[in-house]
Design a protein around this ligand. Structure first.
Ligand SMILES: CC(C)(COP(=O)(O)OP(=O)(O)OC[C@H]1O[C@@H](n2cnc3c(N)ncnc32)[C@H](O)[C@@H]1OP(=O)(O)O)[C@@H](O)C(=O)NCCC(=O)NCCSC(=O)C[C@H](O)C(=O)O
Ligand SMILES: [Mg+2]
Length: 261
């Protein structure tokens, strides 16, 4: 099953790392970039590497490094921990060259956060070290000068197409910053899910249950997917008891609902 929730925790808050790991999120993102002030970045890197060294088990972990901060990648790699790297503000595949050579084998998530990055999303997705794309909606809104839903949806769709064309998973939605507004989080996440994006990053533990609920298949979806798989066991065309015609074109969606690849 691909992850559907990821929780950011600032790298200079080691008191919160274990809480993030126990939050129920599928992925913990230790942030060295925008959540950490400039004068706290060196200490944050020490906290992050110490925690990675001492860690045994728990959810998947990613570290969001600063753009061009090769020393951070070396330090994370030196821990020997199996982590993903989250690379912010990627605007072209060339931005990943140094990262990929410093961290061979570590899966990269490329954050697309500008118009230029969006224009090059297909080439970025095709970079062999890239395991996933993600959108940085706050930075993107700043670059585009727009927070309109239509503009955001356009960016989400473009990122989805770029990812899928490169055989990458559907991208996760970006963090929803209004922590107290869980209804707003739910509505915006449902809109993103309807577009085809899968999963969401969070900035507070209380956002995780909402995100998980939105991406859990409904009983109706599960029943439909199981019926499709049963009806198409031998291929060809079949008719479900509901009267819906199904054929192999529906298998991809049915498998995705059931978490089967
Ligand atoms: C936003 C916060 C600073 C809020 O912190 P605070 O006001 O202290 O929260 P609470 O008092 O409600 O905390 C309640 C308990 O929950 C724990 N907690 C809170 N946040 C986290 C967390 N992220 N991980 C783990 N645990 C957390 C507290 O410790 C409390 O626990 P307890 O005392 O036991 O009750 C804070 O939530 C925060 O720092 N969030 C992460 C911010 C961040 O990383 N931002 C950067 C990523 S988003 C981004 O960059 C956007 C993107 O790039 C783009 O362009 O769009
Ligand atoms: Mg950003």
């Amino acid at each position: 099953m691909n992850p559907v929730s990821a929780l950011y925790v600032p790298g200079d808050r080691p008191d919160r790392f274990d809480k993030a790991a126990a939050s129920g999120a599928d992925v913990v993102i230790l942030d060295l970039e925008d959540a950490v002030a400039g004068d706290a970045k060196a200490a944050a890197l020490d906290h992050v590497t110490a925690w990675l060294r001492g860690r045994t088990g728990g959810p998947a972990v990613q570290v969001r490094v600063n753009p061009g901060a090769d020393h951070e990648i070396r330090a994370v790699r030196a821990t020997g921990a199996r982590v993903g790297l989250r690379i912010p503000k990627v605007e072209a595949p060339e931005d990943l060259g140094a990262v990929a050579s410093l961290a061979p084998g570590l899966p990269l998530t490329a954050l697309i956060e500008s118009a230029r990055g969006l224009e090059h999303a297909a080439a970025i997705a095709a970079h062999p070290a890239v395991a996933a794309l993600a959108l940085g909606e706050a930075d993107l809104a700043g670059d585009l000068g727009s927070t309109a839903d239509a503009v955001l949806d356009h960016a989400r769709i473009r990122l989805l197409v770029a990812a899928r064309a490169a055989d990458l998973p559907a991208p996760m939605l970006s963090a929803y910053p209004r922590i107290q507004d869980l209804d707003g989080l739910r509505a915006d996440t449902e809109r993103g899910r309807a577009l085809g994006l899968r999963g969401r990053t969070a900035v507070h533990p209380k956002q995780i249950p909402v995100i998980r609920e939105v991406f859990a298949p409904t009983p109706e979806e599960t029943a439909w997917a199981e019926a499709v798989l049963a009806a198409l066991e031998h291929g060809g065309v079949a008719t479900l008891p509901s009267g819906e015609m199904v054929d192999p074109a529906m298998l991809g969606r049915a498998r995705a609902i059931l978490g089967i690849r």
